[in-house]
Ligand binder design. Structure first.
Ligand code: FAD
Length: 378
């Protein structure tokens, strides 16, 4: 009996689960039934019973989707794949003893380990952020925070008061969330301020996004790092103070601490270093994919697009590793399609050096996102 342990129900792992659920005849390696059913015991650890598809989260905030449309329930996927599901986070890894300790105190041994646990928010960057700001990650917490924020906006509106919301960090995800919130609160008196340490907005689509957020009346404080956050106040590097009823902390994500602490090889930021087989550089029985990993020879941006793409080669190589076969090489594409929605069923697309925008781009994104979700609904 071999034990395959999957950590995290991220974008690559939902594909692994789907692949395990499919009939072996359809699987790439024509895996015989008995190898999966009887010879391999697969367990998935995840702190939540569902995977939120971040690509549709802004659409939920804007009111275009119900939350159920944006989440992949993990338990049914596991049942279909004959995978044991344990609702707990991996808290520590001992790659020598081949053991993972869950947040619930349980220990999970493995013969083969696959990690797709995504990134974490780095709230330690700005003192006071953890206490006084809403973090975008974990996304499950953000969903609860946004619900509370919406209740507060309603209460303030009923009391005849306006609401000020400040976003610290103006990356693509933060801007998409801010634009979506503005759309959600379009009938109420809500103002938005974006605070960004950088002077320009990210990527090739930066100028397009900048135009839209100016047109939409956002306050923009560019080139000003937040240095401290108190209750309702963001202190900037230049001494200025931004007052806000709600502060959303949406600076870039970072690596969880436990992979680096385990002794497996990581890059300087703590992301697991992997080779072209999606296999740890230091431990051949550990695989990793998505934002928690960095491919040593092909560094790509941390984004859902690459995490999704890694799913099929990861599923294939886990099967091959279980069977002791040669692993398949995978080189991620250089460019990928980025689609940023602006809340009002309008979106901006970029591919390499090209970019487009329009309501048709949102319909295109909507089709892609729904097709992704359809694949994993059981
Ligand atoms: C609002 C928003 C919008 C975005 N939009 C886009 C977009 O349009 N396109 C794009 O390419 N990227 C987008 N991104 C980035 C995208 O979300 C990430 O790049 C993507 O989620 C990475 O996928 P992943 O599978 O590596 O990790 P995740 O999607 O974060 O999945 C990791 C999973 O592991 C679980 N987990 C975490 N820690 C543990 C642990 N210790 N043990 C077990 N399980 C654990 C988590 O609960 C989660 O289910 C967006 C991000 C945000 C915040």
């Amino acid at each position: 009996m071999k034990r395959l342990l999957l950590l995290g129900g991220g974008h690559a792992h939902v594909h692994v689960l789907k692949s395990l659920a499919e009939s072996p005849a359809q699987s790439p390696t024509e895996l015989p039934d008995e190898l999966l059913d009887d010879d391999v015991e697969v367990t998935l650890l995840s702190p939540y019973a569902r995977q939120v598809y971040s690509g549709m989260l802004p659409g939920w905030i804007a009111g275009h989707y119900a939350l159920d449309q944006c989440v992949i329930p993990l338990a049914p996927l596991c049942r279909a794949a004959k995978v044991r599901f344990v609702e707990t986070a991996a808290a520590a890894l001992d790659p020598v003893a081949r053991m993972v300790r869950g947040g619930n105190g349980e220990e999970f041994g493995y013969d083969l380990l696959s990690i797709d646990t995504g990134p974490v928010a780095d709230m330690s960057m700005v003192p006071g952020a953890a206490e006084h700001a809403i973090s975008v990650r974990p996304i499950e917490n953000f969903i609860q925070s946004f619900k509370r924020l919406a209740v507060d906006v309603d209460a303030r509106t009923k009391a005849g008061k306006s609401t000020a919301i400040a976003f610290v960090g103006a990356g693509a995800a933060g801007i998409e969330l801010a634009l979506s919130m503005q759309h959600a609160f379009r009938d109420r008196k809500v103002s938005f301020t974006l605070i960004s340490a950088a002077n320009t907005l990210p990527g090739k689509v930066g100028p397009r996004i900048a135009r839209i957020i100016r047109q939409r009346g956002f306050g923009i404080l560019a080139g000003q790092a937040a240095v401290r956050i108190d209750a309702g106040r963001v202190h900037l590097q230049n001494g200025a103070v931004v007052e806000a009823d709600h502060i959303v902390f949406s600076t870039g994500a970072t690596a969880a601490a436990w992979p680096r602490q385990s002794g497996i090889e990581t890059d300087e930021r703590g992301f697991i270093l992997i080779n072209e087989h999606l296999q740890s550089l230091s431990h051949a029985d550990v695989f990793a994919a998505g934002d928690c990993a960095t491919m040593a020879d092909h560094v790509r941006p941390k984004s859902g697009v690459y995490a999704v793409r890694a799913g099929p080669p990861l599923a294939e190589n886990l099967r091959r590793a279980l069977r002791g076969e040669a692993l398949q090489r995978y080189v991620p594409q250089r460019n990928s399609l980025y689609l940023i929605s602006t809340g009002d069923k309008y979106a901006i697309a970029s591919w390499g050096g090209f970019s487009w925008q329009g309501a048709w781009v949102w319909r295109w994104k909507d089709r892609i996102d729904r097709a992704f979700m359809d694949k994993y609904s059981t």
